[in-house]
Design a protein around this ligand. Structure first.
Ligand SMILES: [Zn+2]
Ligand SMILES: [Zn+2]
Length: 309
């Protein structure tokens, strides 16, 4: 049978025959998550309370949506227009995720799209080649190794629109204060509610540290896993993939192949049953009148990126 898929897709499938990077990716994605789930019942009642769990989940959702709806779909790609209050709130919420100040995040991500999986991409897992050893090394680089590279993406070139916004400048400069508030705010609440230092510590541990670590790995997985394994139903010039396993924790960002095929779309999960919590949140903002000119997927947009045509 003739393979009618586009060249990039055939090319990717050839690389997937190596079992080593595959196993590495799945082990890395699943084992630590299982360990964390196992720790919850062990700690329950002693080192983890309803208050800690509630604050951890609440802050996870707020900071993650700040990144996915705010930093990513709004500030980077302009997939909708936001009123001033929503714009500032999204910038603050995204900063709580401790993934860097808003302009750094947007500049890096615009550069990622400009050079996706080619020379100049800040975090491509294909950077070192296609052998199993090169892909394991590339996975580490794309997942978190690239963060230790101290060189900054040029903001004048990639984010002139954000540099010209005084509100955003204030939020950008307040990044350290927002980070400290996001990490130690839960400790303050935990301490005040329980009246104990232990209550302050467990709130800090779960809603500050664990919440941040989990959200980091989920967000970084979009750069590593979602450019390495998964489905490629849409036509894009890079090696981005859709990974259903991460759809809920990533708030819809793991429908990453659609995103690279149609970057300004406000919805990334466009197929049947493809849950996209960020798109649902944008829809809510639209209903409330806070977001306008939302770029929802249309038949015409999707026809342009249908693979094999
Ligand atoms: Zn990507
Ligand atoms: Zn993007």
């Amino acid at each position: 049978m003739t393979d009618t898929r586009p060249a990039a897709s055939r090319d990717l499938s050839d690389q997937l025959r190596h079992p080593v990077p595959h196993l590495f990716v799945y082990a890395f994605a699943i084992v630590p998550a299982l360990a964390l789930f196992a720790a919850v019942p062990l700690a329950w009642g002693r080192g983890l309370s309803w208050l800690d769990a509630g604050m951890a989940l609440g802050l996870y959702a707020i900071s993650m949506l700040g990144v996915t709806v705010g930093f990513h779909r709004y500030f980077t790609h302009g997939s909708f227009k936001a009123n001033r209050a929503l714009r500032i709130a999204l910038a603050v919420a995204g900063s709580l995720a401790v993934q860097g100040p808003v302009r750094h995040w947007v500049a890096d991500h615009r550069r990622h799209h400009a050079y996706a999986d080619a020379e100049g991409d800040p975090h491509s897992p294909w950077r070192y080649g296609t052998s199993p050893a090169a892909l394991v090394r590339g996975f580490w680089h794309a997942h978190m190794g690239w963060i230790f590279d101290r060189s900054l993406t040029d903001q004048r070139r990639f984010t002139p629109d954000l540099l010209a916004d005084p509100d955003l400048d204030r939020v950008h400069r307040a990044f350290s204060v927002i980070t400290i508030a996001g990490l130690f705010g839960p400790a303050l609440v935990g301490g005040l509610v329980t009246g104990t230092w232990w209550g302050a510590f467990t709130a800090f541990f779960w809603a500050g540290l664990v919440r941040t670590a989990v959200s980091h790995h989920v967000a970084w997985s979009t750069n590593s896993i979602c450019h390495l394994v998964g489905e490629r139903p849409w036509r894009s010039r890079d090696r981005s993939t859709n990974v259903w396993l991460l759809a809920i924790p990533s708030m819809g960002e793991s429908w990453h192949n659609l995103h690279h095929a149609d970057p300004t779309s406000a919805r990334h999960g466009v197929g049947r049953g493809e849950i996209d919590i960020s798109a649902g949140t944008i829809r809510l903002f639209e209903k409330l009148g806070w977001a306008t000119d939302v770029k929802w997927p249309t038949q015409r947009r999707l026809a342009r990126i249908t693979a094999g045509r």
